[in-house]
Ligand binder design. Structure first.
Ligand code: HEC
Length: 124
């Protein structure tokens, strides 16, 4: 009985997500950012960087250029421009894309990764 209820809740959850993809993405991305990124990163413009660089204005920015943050040489020299494609790749496995980076947090789940990238680029 319990299993049955949980299964139908799961089905409902999926139906909700596919009915409002933009909305589901946005809140999800923000929540994920708060849960997994915010202990090191702020995304508020002008706010001080923490253990990781300030991530505001990331869209179109060159990697390793947030003012006042001391990056690893590897990321600073990478020449990467942040966009949907590069962020998706980076967050799949930071160390594969930029060997030696000090950013070690990945988001293995594709849906969650998409939502966080969307949030990073649009703030939604
Ligand atoms: C434990 C601290 C920590 C956590 C948690 C963390 N990061 Fe980072 N992040 C860093 C550090 C440190 C760097 C700088 C890496 C370097 O200099 O090589 C970085 C760099 C980055 C960059 C490159 C920024 C730039 O200016 O080029 C992005 C993008 C990024 N992180 C995204 C994320 C996302 C998204 C999450 C959550 C899923 C996250 N990080 C979680 C520490 C963290």
């Amino acid at each position: 009985m319990r299993m049955k209820i949980m299964a139908s809740m799961a089905v409902l959850g999926i139906a909700t997500v596919s009915a409002t993809p933009a909305l589901a993405n946005s809140s999800n991305g923000e929540t994920l950012f708060k849960q997994r990124c915010q202990m090191c990163h702020t995304n508020k413009p002008g706010a001080r960087s923490g253990a990781g660089p300030n991530l505001s204005g990331l869209s179109g920015r060159t990697a390793g250029t947030s003012e006042g943050f001391r990056y690893s040489k590897k990321l600073a020299a990478s020449g990467i421009k942040w966009n949907q494609k590069t962020l998706n790749k980076f967050l799949t496995s930071p160390n594969k894309m930029v060997p030696g980076t000090r950013m070690v947090v990945s988001i293995p789940n594709e849906e969650q990764r998409k939502a966080v990238v969307h949030y990073l680029l649009t703030g939604k």
